[in-house]
Design a binder for this molecule. Sequence first.
Ligand SMILES: [Zn+2]
Length: 358
Amino acid sequence: MRLVKALWLSLVASFMLLALSTAAEATPPSVTFLMYHHVSETTPPVTSVSPDVLREHLTYLRDNNFNVIGIQQALAGVRGETELPDKAIVISFDDAYQNIFTAGRPILKEFNMPWALFVTTDPIGDTPGQYMSWEQLQTLHNEGVVIANHSSDHAHMPRRLEGESEQQWLKRIRENILNAQQQLESRIGITNKLFAYPYGEYNNALKNLVAELGFTAFGQHSGGVGPTTDFQAIPRFAAAGIYANLRTLGTKMAALSFTTHEVHYQDTLLAHTTTRPSLEVELDTSDFYTSQLQCFISGKLHSPVWVANNRFRVVAEHDLPIGRSRYNCTAPSKAKRGRFYWFSMQWIRQDEQGNWPD
Ligand SMILES: [Zn+2]
């Protein structure tokens, strides 16, 4: 009898171990980045949350077992240098608006949650009512807020000036990024090399430049972040405006990162005549049913074509509009019920003159 019990127990234990190791294998470390701009009731709704809504988001994170961690801890975690907690979240703000300091900071302090601030340096000190001062940035830095680079002037970086060669463009953009970095280093003593693209806009050449300069860089598209994420195009979920609703934002907060082996596309900056770019992704499919992978383009459902067991292709069925659009692909996890893998690509389609709207 005792032997049977011992055998049974060891069988149960090995099953549990197997289940644990399979789940761990199936869901690699994943973290979700949230992006905010204004904390105000009077700024443009599309980039704003009210103080009440920010409080509501932080309450939701606290009450639903999310782990809000620092941006450096998150990056070290997805690089495999440290353990990442489950349901890891990074909170980030762009543009250093005054209301982030006056309305956002007290709420973040109250919840004792770390955050990062991406700063466009030219307006700092010049427009006291609208943007923070260098003193305020220094205060945040001293309080442990990670202050990072969001360019000198918030230009549409992939866009060339009239008559500008590729070389001239690269030189101008390099100076733009390095000038902002130098300001942040000399004035408040930052040491990180983190960069957020203005408007989340990048193309291949810009990503390569940013990599060459040693930066980890962030966009404004959707998705979980994990070991195979492109570290010069890290997605951040917009959490303001129509995206502030917790019914949808809650799912995004719990997003998982697909393990991708190859992401194949030509470039994210599209010539005017390139209207339906092709995206092919080779990925680990062990923790979702390929039949359940769905892509959304301009709010419309697009079923991907599986060109191999672990490789899908998706192409827009309608011409992309001028400006920014995204291909979003998601699939429910088998191991983590109610949670979705999420991958996104952002495209910028140019008009005939090489421009696009803000
Ligand atoms: Zn910005």
